[in-house]
Design a binder for this molecule. Structure first.
Ligand code: ASP
Ligand code: MG
Length: 403
């Protein structure tokens, strides 16, 4: 909702559905760019030192205000259309969260007033992204958190579906800016969507997908730009059972925000890996891929792991700290890497998927550095310069290009 014009457009979409007899709760996010601005203001006021530390609860008070504004504006725009509507802030509906400010987790809301309002035909315009802690403080859910607010409200109200209107018209087989032949998926399973979301396809906040999966909420991602009544099927995120035609590979995801850290000559003895990864965990480093192999020297091994590029300095610091109990010869960090992944529930029951993937990359002369797999995905770490080429090659190799 970039400006008043866009808010009015959203009001027209909501109005069309209300006039068709639907009972609605509409969860809003802030106007575009607004949250970034508010984060900047909070930083400015708190001082740079506060940034390195955790923001305190006043950060949430500041950044949650963007949603307060849009909830009021949308309610006004709906009233102008003669509809019954009112705004709901997090604390007004007792949207309870944990006390982890800036990344609070929803615990649910028990206030039946919202349910009554919606049942009574009033459109509830809910400020997303925000909640209230047990201490009565305002909290926020982490960037992109209004998706999670929407799923939480849908679950609590027992909604038929949770429609996420956004600036794309669905979830694509890959990033259409890289592959113009990417296709909109009609359906995608929660598991696949989780992989897509955490692998860099930034359509939905990862936590919203987890929540939807746990509560069995069907989520539909669709365009907020479409005219009311126009065809706007979007992509349905649902359980695997609902997807009849399972693709071997549903999508290709990539992330350039990767760092690879190699520890050469790690002492090859029990407890060393435990020590390395407990240090990393203590430093708050989220480790992704891990590979260990024995080195040439008999009592040594080499260890490779990846994390986001933003965390690589933290990782390095933790591992190089004197007296930390980790023995290795040298450490090398590179951020010149990207992770490319293929994702699909059909992989569970198909063989030869890895072969197709590796062959496609080989044919483009792309060297694979690290490989990681799960039941429904295969990820490779490659040189960053080859990201687009790899994504295109894999999209073609798995027959995802639109005809
Ligand atoms: N306004 C918040 C953000 O920009 C929440 C959201 O948009 O989902 O992160
Ligand atoms: Mg968003």
């Amino acid at each position: 909702m970039a400006d008043l014009e866009r808010i009015d457009h959203v009001a027209s979409l909501v109005a069309a559905r209300a006039e068709a007899g639907e009972h609605l709760a509409v969860i809003v996010s802030a106007m575009s760019g607004e949250t970034n601005k508010l984060v900047g203001l909070a930083r400015g006021a708190a001082g740079d030192d506060a940034v390195a530390e955790h923001f305190d609860d006043e950060y949430d008070v500041v950044v949650s205000s963007g949603e307060q504004v849009t909830s009021g504006l949308l309610a006004l725009a709906l009233r102008r259309r003669g509809l019954k509507a009112r705004s709901w802030l997090g604390w007004q509906m007792a949207m309870r969260t944990s006390g982890d400010h800036a990344k609070a987790r929803i615990q649910g809301f028990e206030d039946s007033a919202l349910q009554d309002a919606v049942d009574g035909g009033e459109i509830a315009v809910v400020a997303g992204f925000q909640g209230v802690t047990d201490n009565g403080r305002v909290s926020t859910l982490g960037r992109g958190g209004s998706d999670t607010s929407a799923v939480a409200v849908a679950a609590a109200l027992g909604a038929e579906t949770c429609d996420i209107y956004t600036d794309v018209d669905g979830v694509y087989t890959t990033d259409p800016r890289i592959v113009p032949k990417a296709q909109r998926l009609e359906k995608i399973s929660y598991e696949e969507m989780l992989e897509m979301a955490s692998l860099g396809a930034k359509v939905l906040q990862t936590r919203s997908v987890e929540l939807a999966m746990n509560h069995g909420v069907r989520v539909r991602v669709l365009s907020s730009f479409a005219e009311p009544g126009a065809e706007n099927p979007g992509t349905i995120v649902c359980s695997e059972e609902e997807i009849v035609e399972k693709q071997v590979v549903s999508g290709v995801a990539y992330s350039r925000d990767e760092a690879k850290i190699t520890l050469y000559g790690v002492a090859d003895k029990p407890g060393m890996s435990a020590q390395i990864f407990s240090l990393l965990a203590a430093a708050g480093v989220n480790v992704d891929m891990i590979v260990q192999a024995s080195a040439r020297a008999e009592d040594r091994a080499n260890m490779v792991f990846t994390c986001t590029s933003g965390q690589s300095a933290l990782a390095r610091e933790a591992l190089e700290a004197p007296g930390n109990g980790v023995e290795f010869e040298s450490l090398e960090t590179t951020t010149d890497v990207a992770k490319v992944s293929i994702i699909g529930v059909g992989m569970k029951s198909h063989t030869g998927v890895a072969e197709t993937m590796f062959k496609a990359l080989y044919e483009k002369g792309i060297n694979i550095d690290v490989i990681a797999t799960s039941e429904i995905k295969i990820s490779v770490l490659i040189e960053a310069a080859y990201t687009e080429l790899a994504v295109r090659a894999l999209h073609t190799a798995f027959n995802l290009d639109v005809a």
